[in-house]
Structure formats: C-alpha cells, structure tokens
Design a protein around this ligand. Structure first.
Ligand code: PAF
Length: 315
C-alpha cells in the first residue's frame, strides 16, 4: 500500500476528521525522516493500537540551536516513502511545508526535491534565527522541570522545540494514539508530561529501544559515523549492559556505576556529554541504584552525538 502524502495542515486535518467521523482511530508516529528499523517498530506499535496510521516527516528547526546540526541532519524523503511502501499499513505521510511561517524576508527557500525534502532549508543559522526572531510564531510549550536535566543541559532549546512541534502535530492530526521511542527517553517523558498537564486527548505509547545486532542503539545519526567511530560507539551499549548486570549483582553505589560507564566509553575514544543515573519518571538523580532507575548516556564520537539508555527494573 502506498501512503498518501499530505503537505498542508488543512488537508491533514480534513483527512483526520473524515476518518474520525467514520468512527475509526488514528495513530501518529512523529519523525524527522531518514527512517530506520527503530522507526518501523514505532509504526508497528501504532498499527497494533489504531485503525489508521499517520507518519509525520518534518525536520523541526525549532529544536535545533544555532550551533547544532540542522544543516547536516540526514534526509531521504524518497527512501523513506519506499520503506513505508514496503512495510505497508501506513495510510498517510504528513510532510508539512506550512508548519511554521518562516517568512520570505530572510530568503528562506523551501526544497521541493523529493530526495532532499527538508522544507526548512538546510541553512541552520538563517532558519533558526528566523524561527526565533523573524517568524510570527511566538508561542512555545515548555515542560519546565523535565526539560532541564540530561540533554537539556547541553541543548537548552531542544525540548521546547520538541514539545511545541508535537503539540502542533497533535492539534493538526488529532490522533488517538502517538508513539515515541524510549531511546529518546527524556523526550518521551516530556511528551507524556505535556499530554497530562495540557489535557491532550492522546494516548502516548513509549516503544522499547531497538538495537542493531551488535548492540548500537538505532538512530538516524548513525549514518554519520565512520567505520572506526561506529566500532568505538559500541562502547556505549556495552557499558550500559555491564552497568545493568552490575546492578543485578547488587551494585548500589551510583558514583561507582556511573564512573565505570564513563571510563568504558572514554577508553574507547568517546567524549562524554553526560552519564546520569536518574529516576525513570522524574528524571532526577537518585541516591542509590534501585528498581525504577534509568542510566542515561550522551557521548560524542567524532562529530556525532549519540544517546542511549538502560532501564533497571527488576533487582
Ligand atoms: O524524535 C524525533 O524525531 C523528533 O524529536 C520529533 C518527536 C519528531 C519532534 O520533531
């Protein structure tokens, strides 16, 4: 089945409303494209819970800081559609070009080439400054506590951008269910909190993290790793599995467990952004290793920043 490609908010809303008027449910999988098996497993989750599935593909400039990698964020719209066609069961690809008013004053061009469909232009500086300064958009959704720690420390505008764009997608697509990957653990928690606090009528499902056979967490960014960096990056999952097994064997001391994860990743050549052991719900640092904690890691390999995590549940 070939998904229908919808590019405007009005058409998207009209489609959703017609489906809902037939008493059918809609599942949304928000993505920034460059789909991999991790995304496909989110789609499978959505298919299990709803009659129809919408996948949004939108590289959201609002969640990139001026210094971040918007311009190099991988994009393969044509390949994405082929993948969705081959798995089947996706009704709509929502690929909006009118989600934010970028304005034309800054010379922002919208790419219509199907092979590189970043509608926000690939010039990160212009696009982001446009979003921050020149667009008519002035409303942001912030989940004030959960957005601060972990990735929020080095990416202070990230969760504001994510929560805002997801709120917009929820308002446009009006899904019954939305699926997010637990690889982006903090993002999943931020969205859950936003839905609770703002009374969105959307059930948020957290889908388990998917790994390559060798353990690397699946991510669109993996394509940027050189073969050597990819090999080094395996140290993250290795360190996390070791941490989990140490916890199961009775390690209770947060500092020791954290230090061993840091050392393993650094020994392989990674540069740590953070290694934190936090409560799964509040994302606050815990005093001892116990059920319901999660070990979260962000580390750089060359120019690529990777994140990963490991829940510790049954001790
Ligand atoms: O996880 C992502 O790909 C993005 O942060 C999301 C949720 C699609 C919002 O832009």
């Amino acid at each position: 089945m070939e998904p229908k490609i919808i590019k405007t908010k009005d058409e998207m809303r009209a489609w959703s409303r017609s489906i809902r008027s037939q008493g059918k449910t809609i599942g949304l999988v928000p993505t920034m494209g460059c789909l991999h098996h991790g995304h496909l497993s989110l789609i499978t989750q959505a298919q299990k819970h709803t009659h129809h599935v919408v996948v949004s593909i939108y590289v959201n400039p609002g969640q990139f800081a001026v210094t971040e990698d918007l311009s190099t964020y991988p994009s393969d719209f044509h390949g994405d559609i082929q993948k969705l066609k081959s798995i089947g069961g996706v009704d709509v690809v929502f690929n909006p070009h009118d989600l934010y008013d970028y304005g034309d004053r800054l010379g922002i061009k919208r790419t219509t080439d199907n092979n590189n469909n970043n509608n926000n232009n690939n010039n990160r500086g212009e696009t982001v400054s446009c979003l921050e300064g020149e667009t008519k958009h002035e409303t942001w959704v912030r989940v004030e506590g959960l957005e601060k720690g972990l990735c929020g420390k080095s990416r202070p505008v990230f969760f504001r951008g994510v929560a805002t764009v997801v709120a917009k997608l929820f308002n446009i697509v009006e899904p019954d269910v939305a699926v997010f990957g637990k690889k982006d653990y903090q993002q999943w928690r931020v969205i859950l909190r936003m839905v609770l606090d703002l009374d969105f009528a959307v059930k948020v499902i957290g889908s388990e993290l998917t790994r390559e056979e060798d353990g690397l967490a699946m991510s669109s960014r993996n394509v940027h790793l050189s073969p050597q960096e990819r090999e080094q990056a395996l140290s993250i999952s290795r360190a996390l599995f070791e941490a989990k097994s140490a916890a199961y064997k009775g390690e209770k001391i947060v500092g020791d467990l954290r230090q061993s994860v840091i050392e393993s990743i650094e020994a392989a050549g990674g540069k740590i952004d953070y290694v934190e052991i936090v409560d799964q719900e509040s994302l606050e640092t815990v005093e001892e290793i116990k059920n319901g904690v999660v070990v979260c890691v962000a580390a750089w390999f060359g120019k690529v920043r990777l994140i990963d995590n490991m829940e510790i549940d049954v001790l």
